[in-house]
Unconditional design. Sequence first.
Length: 343
Amino acid sequence: MTELDSTCVSVYTLAHRHGSFHDVTILETLGIPPAELARARDTLLGLGLLSSAGAGHPLVAVHPEVAEAIACGPFERDIHEREERVARMRSQLHALVPLYVGSAGAPPSPDSTPTIEDPAEVRRRIAAAARRCRREAVAIQPSVGRDADTVEHTRAWSLDLLRRGVRMRIVYQHAERASLATRAYVCQAAESGAEVRTSAEVCEHVVVFDGAVAFVPQAPADGAGSGAALVTNTTVTGFLYRRFQDVWTVAQPFDPQETRYEKVTDELNRTVLRLMAAGLKDEVIARRLAISTRTCRRYMKAAMAEIGAVSRFQAGARAAQLGLLGPPPPGGPEEPVAAARAN
């Protein structure tokens, strides 16, 4: 594609000012080599900014809006034809959806919730939903259960969304702040406009597009990759979106350039105390926070020392006394301090 540079603009200006394109006058005025003038002339001709009435007639400057119509017309027609082809193709392919997801001769209800067993098919469906997304995509992504293929797939569709100007918000667990792969992705996504936060605990992985289409994973069986439910019921997708908003509100902003974690340490300590007070075992707490059992015990020890407790029961009672437990996270189960007495 030809590009207008400063020489082309100067040549066009002189041709317009003098009423025609005159080589000698332009060369003398601009002091440029003949080859440079020839290049500028060809560029202006290619863009329709110079034109001649016929053989033997001089080249004259053309109004930019006229040149625009001449130069852009073929491209605009091509774009229009391609858009019509895409619309026809989508219409034909969408007509096959009932045959694929429903029983023969009985199209599924718009509120049906099909379960997709094949993880590869789940990724294809998510990519298709992402391409149709126009306003906003939100995601909650726990630290567990994300294989390399899923991570790379998420990177691809989310960056494409951002390039199209679609808003994207993601919540990870605090543990992801220590992941180099996650930090690298967040750096790239944040530069494109993504908003990322982290929380001590999050629910299962969920993605919601435009508040209307959601993907909720199956519980993995025997360590194998799981499928997902494709949710289009507006009541359910609305609930999932509001659940995301609850988690987002209390989550901490994630700056991938920040290497220190003091901002989230206090929240982790409070969360550890709350889960201890609920009577959960060390391994369960570690799994919920997506950290190792050893790291979890280190947090437990630090939290107990901070409030002057020497046992789990005393830690729960003392934390409740000090008002450190607070309410459970949005959507989480009630975990009364009294449960600690069962240990």
